[in-house]
Design a protein around this ligand. Structure first.
Ligand SMILES: [Zn+2]
Length: 177
């Protein structure tokens, strides 16, 4: 059964596709999009054509031509740290990161997945999820490191295939937690 939360700014529904969230974990905070800052590029970009989204976060293509398997998972409000979120939200954000990781593994068969969260330049909570290949331009360095070689990029997954896979992986992960 879906649980509906109502507040002054927003009404949103916790989807029944996340069964464990209705039990052991419950949200104790609600998104406060009123704090969002339109001068922040991630507040703005999170509204722009995500590959996948729910009420809490979205997944966008990082748009890096050398790394077509590079996506960002962006939290839906302008907060800086994981510890700014309640336990439910921390769990949900990491489940979405895991769903993107599993989807990229299924669709691209990379040699490695890289996960990163910095926010030093843009203090808006987000995770980088990157499919890495042993012959990509920077491997084994991070993609922000010293270039190692010239390489042809892989072909990106189709948007529909990736978004469908993320939804399926998220349902699988949340059903087993
Ligand atoms: Zn922001």
């Amino acid at each position: 059964m879906a649980v509906t939360f109502t507040q002054t700014m927003t009404t949103f529904v916790v989807s029944p596709m996340y069964p464990c969230y209705g039990g052991r974990l419950q949200p104790t905070q609600q998104l406060n999009r009123r704090q969002n800052n339109m001068e922040c590029p991630l507040c703005a970009i999170s509204q722009d054509s995500p590959i996948w989204q729910d009420e809490y976060c979205c997944v966008i293509d990082a748009g890096n031509p050398d790394y077509p398997g590079y996506y960002r998972v962006i939290w839906g409000e302008h907060v800086a740290e994981m510890s700014d979120l309640d336990e439910w939200s921390q769990r949900h954000l990491m489940d979405v990161v895991l769903a993107v990781e599993c989807s990229l593994r299924a669709l691209m068969a990379p040699d490695k997945i890289n996960l990163a969260s910095f926010g030093n330049q843009v203090p808006h909570l987000h995770w980088h999820v990157m499919a890495r290949f042993a012959d990509d331009p920077h491997f084994p360095e991070p993609i922000w490191g010293q270039e190692q070689r010239h390489a042809m990029p892989r072909i990106a997954p189709a948007r529909d295939a990736l978004s469908g896979r993320i939804s399926a992986e998220l349902a699988r992960i949340s059903a087993t937690c």
